[in-house]
Design a protein around this ligand. Structure first.
Ligand code: G3H
Length: 519
């Protein structure tokens, strides 16, 4: 970063408001040498607003929705799409700075930061195409039992949107954009690590949407979010984070029936590597699955269950492949392992490893777990058992716990007893064996991957989870459904009503009751 970025403003009610109160310093995971040793480099600061500003933003979002009468919720779909296209154009102009901030704020490699930005832009384009499709299907009347009706998807109201630090742009926008384009108004709280990178986009929001449609809230989540929920004015809570926080927030809403939740939560995806697996393939997919972005993906492989007959060979090959990974700074070409953004994470991972060692495991790869300031070298920990934190806790970092099993019932039981239910990977080349795992496991998790790592994409596929892993489904199309509700206009099919409907449609009197076709 050439200089610091000091953000002294925030977007609320269509204005970039100045902030001269408390600020939060942004420390990069990238460390620099100082007289006091290695220290996180300070790259900027952002406002720590309070409850007052959060409630003002809520009022702005409420006013923009105006009980469904606002300009945005009543705007025709084609016009809303045009505004989002305008936003995307302005967003693209900020790519260089946003990518740079992604690297510096969360330590994501340059290549992956570019990928995150591009994937987000592609997601917005795909969302626009999907909405056009939905709208085309809705631009007609249906007649059933003498009733004529037009069914469309309508917005839900005010959405509180909070994204995660590991995909601060992409995952935030996979909820924010669908919520927005469906006609809702938004309160948007950027993640704690990954806040500044949204700053260059605030003007684009301000210029592309009517006032109060997108409002940012900054500050300590524990202070500003509870009053928003307690107000009863939030219609949708969308959060990619922990199930603990999601549960606490939902309970604060005075009328839970009025609250829709669209949540991506905890996960501890397992890889089951059977005696019929191609070990080399299982190793290469495990390296990708467990260590991409240092294991900080909700979809990461966070525990491996390996058949006893091949566990030794697997561990040896896995350790050898890890040794080939390049570690370094996010901007270095070909880098795989980078510093971690959460200041407490190295100590937490050490605690997990120490706990495993105290309960009989070893770190089996060379240098595994070695830590220098914000950097933690990947550790393969074996054999893991149910007494250890690593057995159930979502480590969300570069530690790979491995369990050996004799019988396939053991990994199935592990998943049944797990509080998580996002995805699983099965490595085997025996069709009968794979089939015997698929049938029980599709009812435990929401995606079973065969001979490949777990992942969210392609974004057109449903992304969800069971148990404590998710609520609602996100994909390009599902997200549009999650942030809207079907409403219909219906009447008895008689001459009088036919004439009324024809008049409304032919004179373009309504944006809802309309047969306009978006090309
Ligand atoms: O952190 C969870 C992300 O949704 C994972 O997405 O599988 O494409 O890395 P990904």
């Amino acid at each position: 970063m050439p200089g610091q970025i000091i953000q002294r403003e925030y977007l609320s009610n269509g204005e970039m408001k100045n902030w001269d109160g408390e600020m939060s310093e942004v420390s990069s995971p990238v460390c620099v040498r100082t007289a006091q040793g290695l220290q996180r480099k300070v790259i900027g600061a952002f406002p720590v607003c309070g409850t007052k500003e959060a409630m003002e933003a809520l009022d702005a979002a409420m006013a923009a929705f105006d009980s469904g009468r606002g300009e945005w919720p009543t705007m025709g779909v084609a016009d809303r799409i045009q505004r989002v296209e305008q936003f995307t154009f302005k967003m693209a102009a900020q790519k260089e700075l946003v990518v740079k901030l992604l690297m510096w704020e969360i330590g994501k490699s340059y290549a992956d930061s570019v990928k995150e930005f591009d994937r987000t832009v592609e997601y917005i384009h795909a969302t626009i195409d999907a909405l056009k499709d939905i709208d085309r299907q809705s631009s007609r009347f249906e007649i059933e039992q003498g009733i004529v009706a037009q069914v469309r998807r309508s917005p839900l109201g005010v959405v509180l949107c909070m994204g995660p630090f590991n995909y601060p742009l992409n995952e935030t926008f996979t909820t924010l954009i669908p919520a927005l384009i469906m006609g809702n108004t938004l309160l948007f709280k950027p993640p704690k690590h990954g806040t500044l990178l949204h700053y260059p986009l605030l003007k684009a929001f301000q210029e592309s949407f009517p006032k109060g449609v997108v409002n940012t809230i900054y500050g300590r989540g524990a202070d500003i979010v509870p009053p928003l929920m307690q107000s009863g004015k939030i219609n949708v809570l969308t959060l990619i984070g922990s199930s603990k926080v999601a549960n606490e927030l939902k309970k604060l809403h005075p009328k839970v029936n009025r609250l829709r939740a669209v949540l991506g939560l905890d996960a501890k995806n397992a890889a089951i590597i059977t005696e019929n697996a191609d070990i080399d393939l299982a190793v290469s997919e495990t390296v990708l699955g467990a260590l991409s972005f240092n294991g900080q993906r909700c979809t990461a492989l966070k525990i491996l269950l390996v058949h006893k007959s091949l566990v030794d060979e697997f561990l040896q090959k896995l350790s050898a492949e890890i040794a080939k990974l390049k570690f370094g700074m996010p901007w270095e070409k070909g880098v795989n392992l980078t510093p971690l953004p959460e200041p407490g994470k190295p100590a937490y991972l050490k605690d997990c490893i120490d706990d495993a060692i105290a309960n009989g495991a070893k770190v089996v790869n060379e240098n595994g777990g070695e830590t220098v300031a914000s950097f933690v070298y990947p550790a393969v920990v074996y054999p893991v058992n149910e007494k250890m934190k690593l057995y159930r806790e979502e480590q969300f970092g570069p530690v790979i716990p491995v369990i050996a099993f004799d019988d396939l019932s053991e990994p199935i039981d592990y998943l049944i007893e797990s509080p998580h239910g996002q995805q699983v990977s099965i490595f085997s080349n025996d069709a009968h064996e794979i089939a015997s795992l698929i049938d029980p496991l599709v009812n435990e998790v929401s995606r079973v991957n065969i001979n490949c790592q777990c992942q969210r994409g392609p974004d057109i596929f449903p992304f969800t989870g069971r148990k404590d892993s998710a609520e609602g489904t996100l994909s390009v199309v599902d997200a549009l459904r999650s942030f809207s509700i079907r409403s219909l206009v219906a009447t008895k099919l008689n001459d009088n009503n036919k004439k009324l409907i024809n008049d409304i449609v032919n004179n373009n009197e309504s944006n809802f009751l309309s047969t306009k076709f978006i090309f």
